[in-house]
Unconditional design. Sequence first.
Length: 144
Amino acid sequence: YWSDNIGLAAALTTIRELKRRDAKTRFREIGEQLRSALNDAFRAADLAGACLGLHTNPYLQIDLPDESLRPQVNTLFVQEMARRGIHCLPAFKATLAHTQRDIDQTAAAAYETFRIIRHGLKTAQLDDLLVADLKKEPFRRQVR
């Protein structure tokens, strides 16, 4: 339904390149390695939670004593990961450019971030750790 052939040609070229690079296998490898590394970071930081979901879009599920703390915890996660050079949400999307070094950096940043979150939960001082505005759900902020 495109009005020109450029988009169609780009889509076909992208599909051919993904096949040439065996992207399906590589995305599985990256996703599984990342999920495993993040679960190790959870255990090492002694924070209850897990990296779950499909290898194409693993996400973090931090176990909280009170679900109303989720906005603060998610914001703290984004904030502290960004401070460590990893710009992400509590979910991940791999690209073919990701390397083992990228996974290791992400896991190391997550470990430090999980320790901060654990401390904030234990001391009930999550708000004091935040320097950013609370993360909003994209769709919900549009309809409120």
